[in-house]
Design a protein around this ligand. Structure first.
Ligand SMILES: [Zn+2]
Length: 367
């Protein structure tokens, strides 16, 4: 016991001694792809290209309109797959009913939707009330298709009641501020959203692991974050520095974007999922937690005629091709499945197995 105490004292002394202060270990950069701007796809490509060339992985949080526009075009899907293979992350972005530019999807009861959209204490009169296009179910499905084998793990939205529209399978959430540069610095933290009831429905509670960002769109804002980052009296208190911007901001005047990438390159750049998986935030309620220990065995691999897939916890199995299209799905499994593949086109497929709480993945090849 005494040894532990001495060790703790020593560690405390080391970490508070001058010269031992370090800048945040990790950094991330989220790009918000907002509803109404999906035509700026070529601009997003420029952003990703520049970030890749400077070894900065991006977390691309896509609104429903962007996801639809990408899934409608095989060339765009290929581009997204190449980005994922490089190390960029596909996440979700959602403007809920409290946002001026609502993306038209909501899980709220219809009465609540119109009560909020027409209440100027929530939605300023200058904002369009918008049109209701349905619940988020279709968006969740499309996100799963687009994220493909890499899974959708990160959700970025602002809402009074995140538990209502939040994809319940998602363990990680980003949050932040437009006004306070200090919000660019945080340590991963756990939040429970809900439960919240409207009408006869209750949502949540959902527990997510979160990290914060500051919104940058001008060189002045980049400088504010840079100065805080370099001030280790401040920044050494945090393990993560994070920023967010919009594709439409880059489209208007991109200098700030290049300045931030040039500054942050080489400074612990990771995606949100990489940072939060390492952070060990404890158990979230999400179903999309990737199991660290699960071993999904598949053989023979490559396969010609049939393939046997085993994992003792497996209850469901989904196999997708590299465009995200589901080619096989099995439910009610008890740990194994034998799949005939003789009529499948040769190529690479991703097998995704689910237990009650975890997902395990395997890459399979059909010859
Ligand atoms: Zn947005």
């Amino acid at each position: 016991m005494r040894h532990v105490y001495v060790l703790l004292l020593l560690m405390g002394w080391l970490s508070s001694s001058p010269g031992a202060q370090a800048q945040p270990e990790h950094s991330f950069f989220v790009i918000h792809c907002d509803p109404g701007f999906a035509h700026l796809w070529p601009k997003l490509r420029q952003m990703v290209q520049y970030a890749s060339a400077h070894d900065v992985p991006l977390t691309l949080e896509l609104s429903p309109q962007w996801v639809e526009a990408i899934l409608a075009d095989p060339a765009r899907i290929d581009t997204v797959r190449a980005w994922q293979a490089w190390g960029h992350e596909i996440g979700a972005h959602h403007h809920g009913i409290y946002h001026c530019f609502w993306d038209s999807l909501a899980n709220y009861p219809i009465d609540t939707i119109w009560a909020i959209r027409t209440d100027t204490t929530w939605v300023p009169a200058a904002c369009e009330p918008g049109a209701y296009k349905g619940t988020l179910d279709a968006f969740y499905d499309q996100l799963d298709q687009l994220a493909g084998d890499s899974l959708l793990l990160t959700w970025g939205s602002s809402d009074e009641h995140p538990e209502v529209d939040l994809y319940p399978g998602v363990p990680y959430r980003t949050d932040g501020s437009r006004y306070d540069p200090e919000r660019a610095f945080s340590n991963p933290y756990v939040v429970t959203h809900g439960p919240w009831t409207a009408g006869n429905q209750t949502w949540g509670p959902y527990t997510t692991c979160q990290i914060d960002y500051f919104f940058i769109d001008k060189p002045g804002k980049v400088n504010a974050v840079k100065n805080l980052y370099l001030d280790t009296n401040f920044s050494s208190n945090y393990s993560v520095a994070g920023v967010v911007t919009h594709v439409f901001d880059f489209n208007e005047s991109p200098d700030y974007f290049y300045q931030w990438i040039n500054f942050i390159s080489g400074k612990g750049c990771k995606t949100v999922r990489e940072i939060l998986r390492q952070a060990d935030c404890g158990q979230t309620t999400a179903t999309h937690a990737l199991s660290q220990n699960a071993t999904l065995r598949a053989w023979p691999n490559p396969a010609i005629d049939q393939i046997r897939i085993e994992w003792e916890d497996m209850r469901e199995l989904t196999i997708r091709d590299l465009t995200g299209r589901i080619v096989q799905q099995r439910h009610g499994l008890t740990g194994q499945a034998i799949i005939g593949v003789h009529d499948w086109p040769a190529g690479v497929y991703i097998a995704e197995a689910r237990s009650e709480r975890h997902i395990a993945l395997a890459r399979i090849v059909v010859q």
